[in-house]
Ligand binder design. Structure first.
Ligand SMILES: Cc1cc2nc3c(=O)[nH]c(=O)nc-3n(C[C@H](O)[C@H](O)[C@H](O)COP(=O)(O)O)c2cc1C
Length: 201
């Protein structure tokens, strides 16, 4: 599917075929594309938890105000961020670059993120947001639909996936075979209202 068409066709779906399961190969293809999403300084600070255990899914559904897509989608991805990825062997992120470039990037990474908790979290949100859209468009291109979600108790879901102390959850995405046509777009703003040139004045 062509990219612009995938963007137009992607809609949030809440009714998935509960009997359909994506194959391991399909999930691998999807995730191999997701991890090509950009991150600042290439720190790749996203972490993705695919929840496959039905009992855990049921518990997550309860923590998500019983939204049925949590258990009925083929794939439930919890998009998490590692707040400290910038300091965890950062040479990995530049290992194929010339030594001079790699050394200078590692210096900059430390300087940029050290002592700034808010920036570390913001960066995780940016990276996960990018990855989320990649996941949803890749899913669409593979013939699947998706639903992005933040309607859940983050603390409870964190507990259910054994989230490490230096990680945070950004959102979840349900992916699967749609059983229902998406509603017409609810209230798209005109481009004029959100797009401006040279500032807000
Ligand atoms: C960050 C985020 C969180 C969302 N959380 C939920 C959710 O918990 N449950 C749900 O049914 N839809 C959720 N949605 C879907 C939105 O309602 C949907 O994207 C919006 O209405 C636009 O519709 P569209 O995605 O079909 O274009 C979420 C979307 C985003 C981007």
């Amino acid at each position: 599917m062509e990219v612009l068409e995938a963007i137009r066709a992607r809609r949030s779906v809440r009714k998935f075929d509960p009997d359909h399961r994506m194959t391991a190969d399909e999930i691998d293809t999807l995730m191999q594309h997701v991890i090509l999403s950009p991150t600042a300084f290439n720190i790749q600070n996203w972490r993705f938890v695919a929840v496959t255990d039905p009992a855990r899914r049921t518990e997550i559904r309860k923590a998500a105000w019983d939204q049925s897509q949590v258990t009925e989608a083929s794939l439930l991805l919890v998009l998490c961020m590692d707040l400290r990825s910038w300091e965890k062997s950062p040479e990995r992120y530049w290992r194929n670059a010339p030594a001079k470039v790699s050394e200078s990037m590692i210096r900059e990474i430390r300087h940029f993120y050290r002592d700034d908790d808010m920036l570390q979290r913001d960066e995780g949100m940016r990276s996960c947001g990018m990855a989320a859209q990649t996941a949803m468009l890749a899913a669409k291109a593979m013939g699947y639909d998706s639903c992005p979600m933040d309607g859940f108790d983050f603390k409870r879901v964190g507990h259910l996936i054994d989230l490490p102390a230096d990680h945070r959850i950004c959102m979840m995405i349900c992916i699967g075979r749609s059983m229902a046509q998406a509603h017409p777009r609810a209230g798209q703003l005109d481009l004029d209202e959100v797009y401006m040139q040279d500032g807000f004045a």
